[in-house]
Design a protein around this ligand. Structure first.
Ligand SMILES: Nc1ncnc2c1ncn2[C@@H]1O[C@H](COP(=O)(O)OP(=O)(O)OP(=O)(O)O)[C@@H](O)[C@H]1O
Length: 300
């Protein structure tokens, strides 16, 4: 096991940020921590990277205890925090050199590990980090987190505020790093990214709702789910929410994901109801649940 977390709780005065969290991440795994803002993801990262002490529970990373072996953890992990990991007034090259120096290494020594990523930002190596685009900042922050060749990489919401193309590229980079044997714990509020992990933990309000592979989590959703569309999205959502038999109603892109409380649900009946609400161009088609649907159901 690369990361072991057992019964970890942490509170900040009145806020219980983590409530008895336990799970393990295997060596070489790409593990996702999926949850909305305030779920407790950053708190858990800070505990695992030895920057914060839990109130209860034990945790180890790469075989080292987060309290007694904190120095070894710091040498063996890379951490890309959600915010403020770069020195905005230093250039790209200076930032990387700085991180290499504090870990007692050089850019040249571990260049192989970052090469694929660094060559994409190398043309801007004399630009100050503060003047980079979101996608480039993210690549530089990843290089800085990797420059001392960590065994375990912690990435806290690395793709928040990054455009969809850069997000896709970023996940491809993570897969390549995983192939080099690095264990990765990554957090994200984006449900579509969850599907790219080997296993995920769904977290909300400081509690783990479920842990499994993305495919297995989706299979746990047992209710038939329907894509509903009509000429007026706003009115459609309101009408479905007012429908006495609804179990769940969530806008999902151009559709609304709808589930019904009855076991003998007949879509034709729902269509008649929606027509009575003056909606037109109504379509109701069975679809498959996504991780987001499962999350919403568990978080209810
Ligand atoms: N230093 C602090 N003092 C008081 N409350 C805090 C502190 N840090 C976090 N919290 C609270 O603890 C809870 C968990 O926060 P945390 O930052 O771990 O969540 P998160 O899932 O990382 O979300 P975000 O993406 O918003 O950071 C939230 O309710 C947050 O307001």
């Amino acid at each position: 096991m690369s990361i072991k977390i057992a019964n970890i709780s942490k509170s900040y005065k009145k806020v219980n940020a983590l409530k008895n969290i336990s799970f393990e991440v295997k060596s070489g795994e790409l593990f996702g921590l999926i949850g909305p803002d305030g779920a407790g993801k950053t708190t858990l990262f800070r505990i695992l990277t030895t920057l914060l002490i839990a109130n209860e529970g034990v945790a180890s990373v790469a075989g080292f205890d987060v309290i007694t072996d904190y120095k070894s953890i710091r040498k063996n992990v890379g951490y890309m925090p959600g915010k403020f990991s770069l020195y905005q007034d230093l250039t790209v090259e200076e930032n990387l050199d700085f991180f290499a120096t504090i870990f007692g290494t050089t850019i040249e020594e571990n260049y192989d590990l970052i090469k694929d990523i660094y060559i994409q930002i190398e043309p801007f190596k004399n630009r100050r980090a503060g003047k980079l685009s979101g996608g480039m900042k993210q690549k530089l922050a990843l290089c800085c987190a990797l420059i001392h060749k960590p065994k375990v990489l912690f990435l806290d919401e690395p793709t928040t505020g990054v455009d969809p193309v850069s997000r896709k590229e970023f996940w491809e980079m993570l897969k390549r790093l995983q192939q080099k044997g690095i264990t990765i714990l990554v957090s994200t509020p984006y449900m579509d990214e969850a599907a790219l992990c080997d296993r995920i933990a769904l977290i909300q309000g400081g509690k783990i709702l479920e842990i499994d592979t993305p495919a297995a989590i989706v299979k746990h959703y047992l209710k038939p789910i329907y894509n509903v569309s009509a000429n007026n999205m706003y009115q459609l959502v309101n009408s479905l929410k007012a429908y006495e038999y609804n179990h769940s109603v969530y806008p999902f892109g151009e559709f609304v994901h709808y589930t019904d409380r009855r076991s003998d649900f007949n879509p034709a009946e729902l269509k008649v109801y929606l027509e009575s609400k003056k909606l037109s161009n109504i379509t109701i088609e069975k679809t498959v649940a996504t991780i987001e649907d499962t999350f919403m159901e568990l978080a209810k």
